[in-house]
Design a binder for this molecule. Structure first.
Ligand code: SF4
Length: 302
């Protein structure tokens, strides 16, 4: 399908009028925002929050609250004083879907080690020499790859002992540079949106990274709406789909292409989009004139 001529105006309207406050109450970002005055604490909470951001929003928040309890309100101290010899068991029995306590324990150890080597934190990792100086989007892909490799890499408990990550851990941090078919890397794209964007509801803590290079954190809700707006023709969610949707969104806001992400994701999460043309719901949808599902079927059934 073609992208409708009014999509830019309608996306703008959606972004301007969206009920950010009420949607934030169910978003994992709400548990990161209290740390916005302390960038290192916000980064730590942001990495944990984005890593467990899979599944139902209520269960994500419950899992995060549980982790937050173990941090005793101090993500910095949690990482700095995490017992490295007990990383496998220290967070037992924490679990969220298929994500286990030993994986979160290993992440805490890795973050502690990263901060020992990169005093300016994860932004410095993202801007490592492999990323800076390259044009977007290559710059972004290289940066995500730097971050992903830093988080995935094995851990050194002391000078002589090297620890392999627990099973399934590396898959939590995929890279857009993997082949042959790079995955969507939703978690790191979401984390980067939170850290980089200055507009609400994001934190704008990484001032050295321009929002223009960000890529959309592509979950099932955003994909579904993007597909029916014609922002992608791809039938599967891969990194290529992420690039295609982001490139199309750049037409409407080249400086901040992912500013529509929160509103699009929460339109799906909240059930405001029934994923079928229903006049009682679609009648209020700002994107109705641009939705292929509505224009094809809604007029007939409405
Ligand atoms: S018109 Fe209806 S089906 Fe289409 S995006 Fe809006 S709410 Fe969803």
């Amino acid at each position: 399908m073609r992208i409708s001529a009014s999509l830019g105006t309608d996306l703008e309207h959606l972004a301007r009028t969206f009920h950010y406050d009420s949607s934030l109450t169910v978003d994992p970002l709400a548990l990161v925002r209290p740390y916005r005055k302390d960038p290192k604490a916000a980064e730590i909470m942001g990495i944990f929050a984005s890593t467990v951001a899979v599944g139902n929003v209520l269960s994500i928040r419950a899992a995060l609250r549980n982790l937050q309890g173990k941090m005793e309100g101090d993500p910095r101290r949690f990482v700095e004083s995490f017992p490295r010899r007990n990383w496998r068991t220290h967070l037992d029995p924490w679990k969220h879907r298929w994500i286990r306590h030993d994986q979160m324990g290993f992440l805490a150890v890795r973050l502690g080690e990263i901060y020992e080597n990169y005093s300016r934190g994860l932004q410095e990792v993202f801007l490592d020499e492999c990323a800076t100086g390259r044009p977007a989007p290559e710059y972004f892909e290289q940066g995500v790859d730097c971050l992903s490799r830093a988080l995935r890499f094995g851990s050194t408990q002391d000078k002589h002992t090297f620890y392999e990550p627990p099973p399934g851990y590396s898959q939590l941090f995929p890279t857009p540079l993997s082949s042959p078919s790079p995955p969507v890397c939703k978690r790191l794209c979401l984390f980067l949106r939170w850290m980089v964007r200055t507009g609400e509801p994001d934190l704008g803590l990484w001032r050295k990274v321009p929002p223009s290079i960000l890529h959309i954190p592509l979950d099932t809700h955003v994909y579904w709406i993007a597909y029916h707006m014609g922002l992608t023709r791809r039938k599967t969610r891969t990194w290529r789909t992420v690039k295609e949707i982001t490139q199309n969104l750049r037409r409407y806001d080249p400086v901040d292409p992912v500013r529509y992400d929160f509103a699009l994701a929460h339109t799906g999460i909240s059930g405001d989009c029934p994923k079928k043309p229903l006049i009682t719901v679609c009648g209020k949808c700002a994107l109705r004139p641009d939705c292929d599902l509505w224009t094809r079927q809604g007029r007939r059934t409405g």
